[in-house]
Design a protein around this ligand. Structure first.
Ligand code: PLP
Length: 400
């Protein structure tokens, strides 16, 4: 069988055309003709299936080592479908450090539909087990992100899956921040893998897409029903954009990780930075990644500015980094989680999770690392100057 990097480039043909085209065709057809009324065609209506989407769905199933893949019109649509397979009254244990939009979908949408969520720190296995066990009624699912967002804690997929399976809970893992290039959660025991393919998988900030992969036929059946009946499918052109992005995933991530390590090093030595959150930092960090079955640290990091430093001055003065949400693309982005990606989480709760008002998240691209470091250096210099000006103002008596 072809190896991972070859699978990224070639995928698995859906055997739909004999033209010899090296790229799978984009079928802009919402409906497909029956040869007769007795026919059961392979494709009949594009919400149920389309060859361009199917190519991507087969490919992500192959890359994530699952039985079947599903492409959705966004990451949140994939999450919606995966949570919709549960019934009112079912209890779901959720990691406490998750994307703000997922937090909102859970607490402001699914709560109203009768799912019961219990939020836990997924770094604390004893707390996870207690939540899974419940008061005599075990949870039906455990949901978490492989690297937490935005603090980049490394969740232990194997340990968490083993715990969840003791209680027959379905393990649903959002692998957006890690990608199958660095970890395949189904191999570590997870049951469903999700992606905001908008991020690393598409990789060019030009498409919004979601993917789900089922690890068993039974879950595939339930996910297919959810995909087809909720209907948030990925259109053909967007399916092809994600496929094209996947072809360079490994090359992009290699460079992103190299650049991120350089930026992390710069931040660690910067007196205006009080803490850096980047997995795999130092010998202990590297060992943690190895122990938890992750092959790399990814291209996202977060840091807190020191007391008194205004994070907005840094963010507003970056020129190579763009001030934008999202991550995983070729260009570097910077953002303030408390105002941007995680604004949905009430401040008090956010602070308890460690997502402070001073936390900046960087999504590193494939530019020259020197340009990224220089960009940060000049923005820090401006923040430093503002700090100096302010303290000078405070120490000079005001004469009237
Ligand atoms: N999961 C994670 C970890 C994310 O970061 C995001 C978006 O930022 C989503 C899911 C939602 O994906 P989408 O924006 O494609 O709907």
């Amino acid at each position: 069988m072809a190896r991972f990097n070859t699978q990224l480039v070639h995928g698995i043909a859906v055997e739909d055309n004999a033209t010899g085209a090296v790229n799978p065709p984009i079928y802009n057809s919402s409906t497909f003709a029956f040869s007769s009324v007795d026919d059961i065609p392979r494709w009949d209506y594009a919400r149920s299936g389309n060859p361009t989407r199917e190519f991507l769905e087969r490919q992500i199933a192959q890359l994530e080592h699952g039985v079947r893949g599903f492409a959705f019109s966004s990451g949140l649509a994939a999450i919606h479908a995966s949570l919709s397979i549960f019934a009112p009254g079912d209890r779901i244990v959720v990691g406490d450090n998750i994307y703000g939009g997922t937090y909102s979908q859970i607490h402001e949408f699914f709560d109203r539909w009768g799912l019961k969520f219990e939020v836990v720190d997924t770094q604390d296995l004893a707390a996870v087990e207690a939540a899974l066990r419940g008061n005599g009624v075990p949870a039906k699912a455990l949901y978490f992100e492989t690297f937490t967002n935005p603090l980049l804690q490394v969740n232990d997929v194997a340990a968490l899956s083993e715990l969840a399976h003791r209680y027959n809970a379905v393990v649903i893992v959002d692998n957006t921040f890690v990608t199958p290039y660095l970890q395949q959660p189904l191999d570590l025991g997870a049951d469903v893998v999700l992606h905001s393919a908008t991020k690393y998988l598409a990789g060019h900030s030009d498409v919004v897409a979601g993917l789900a992969v089922a690890g068993s036929d039974e879950l595939a059946h339930r996910l297919y029903f959810a995909q087809n009946r909720l209907g948030g499918v990925l259109p053909p052109a967007e399916s092809d954009s994600v496929r094209k992005g996947l072809q360079t995933l490994a090359l992009r991530l290699d460079r992103q990780q190299e650049n991120a390590a350089r930026v992390a090093e710069f931040l660690q030595e910067n007196p205006l930075v009080s803490s850096v959150h980047y997995p795999g930092t130092g010998i202990r960090g590297k060992q943690e990644l190895t122990d938890k079955g992750v092959k790399g640290a990814g291209g996202v990091l977060a840091f807190e500015v020191a007391k008194g430093v205004n994070p907005s001055v840094i963010l507003n003065n970056l020129h190579v980094f763009r001030l934008a949400v999202s991550l995983g693309a070729v260009e570097s982005l910077a953002e303030l989680p408390c105002r941007m990606t995680h604004f949905e989480i009430p401040r008090e709760e956010r602070l308890k999770l460690g997502i402070t008002d001073e936390l900046i998240r960087l999504a590193i691209g494939i530019e020259d690392a020197d340009d990224l470091v220089e960009d940060l250096r000049q923005a820090f210099a401006l923040a430093d100057k503002e700090l100096e000006d302010e303290s000078a103002e405070r120490s000079v008596p005001v004469l009237r």
